[in-house]
Design a protein around this ligand. Structure first.
Ligand SMILES: CC(C)(COP(=O)(O)OP(=O)(O)OC[C@H]1O[C@@H](n2cnc3c(N)ncnc32)[C@H](O)[C@@H]1OP(=O)(O)O)[C@@H](O)C(=O)NCCC(=O)NCCS
Length: 201
């Protein structure tokens, strides 16, 4: 059983462990903390597997600004891929963005990243342009992908996909509960907001 919920400061160490396995330029702890605590446009989420103790198997993030839902990051732990969990994360963020009034969604993806491109296509993202040399680590190009419009017709198609996913994966989507209250935030990480997460893949 899995739970999709907003990220808390205490989730940062396991999220960073997955980030480091998944990306060549992982975010810093302070980037995560900034996104969770200070960036009101940011919606950082985790997928937690029930157990003793529970463990984080994936995470994602988006920025919601004036109708645009920009997927900033998404990853599942390599040991847990291919089981529909990336779909829970992406679908959950799209679902949450629609509930909050987003009218379209955008993201960048490495042109070589076939699993991610397929995942995005499954939710009807389409390649709209190429960003030459977008990734600084190896100068790889990015596809800019758009999902639009997030209208009633899309919501209907989305609902069918979401039901199929619920039949495949046992999970609860708690994103509608919103961010944890500030009083519940743990002071695990202090310090200044530093890196600009927009530089991450
Ligand atoms: C992209 C990623 C999040 C997918 O996570 P996942 O948990 O394996 O994905 P799912 O099992 O939910 O698969 C969902 C869909 O993605 C696509 N997909 C997933 N793995 C794939 C693979 N190895 N090859 C081709 N398509 C794949 C399929 O369309 C799949 O749908 P299906 O199950 O109906 O075939 C995961 O591969 C990952 O963390 N990659 C590293 C980080 C990354 O590249 N993030 C994207 C940055 S833009």
């Amino acid at each position: 059983m899995y739970t999709l919920r907003y990220m808390r400061p205490g989730d940062i160490p396991p999220v960073m462990a997955i980030d480091q396995l998944a990306f060549s330029t992982p975010w810093s702890a302070n980037s995560y903390l900034f996104e969770i605590n200070d960036n009101r446009s940011a919606h950082m989420v985790v997928l937690e597997r029930a157990g003793e103790p529970p463990c984080i198997v994936g995470y994602g993030g988006m920025w919601l600004i004036e109708g645009e839902a920009h997927i900033s990051t998404i990853a599942t732990h390599p040991d847990w891929r291919g089981q529909g969990l990336g779909e829970v994360l992406l679908g959950g963020m799209v679902r949450r963005s629609m509930a909050l009034g987003a009218t379209y969604s955008v993201l960048e993806v490495r042109v070589s990243n076939v699993p991610a491109i397929n995942l995005y296509r499954k939710y009807e993202f389409q390649i709209v342009s190429l960003r030459k040399g977008y990734y600084r680590d190896n100068n790889e190009d990015a596809y800019l992908m758009h999902l639009a419009p997030l209208d009633a017709a899309y919501a209907e198609r989305f609902a069918a996909r979401w039901r199929a996913l619920q039949a495949r994966v046992a999970f609860s989507d708690l994103l509608a509960l919103g961010r944890p209250a500030a009083a519940n935030r743990s002071p695990d990480f202090g310090g200044e907001p530093s890196n600009d997460p927009t530089t991450a893949p």
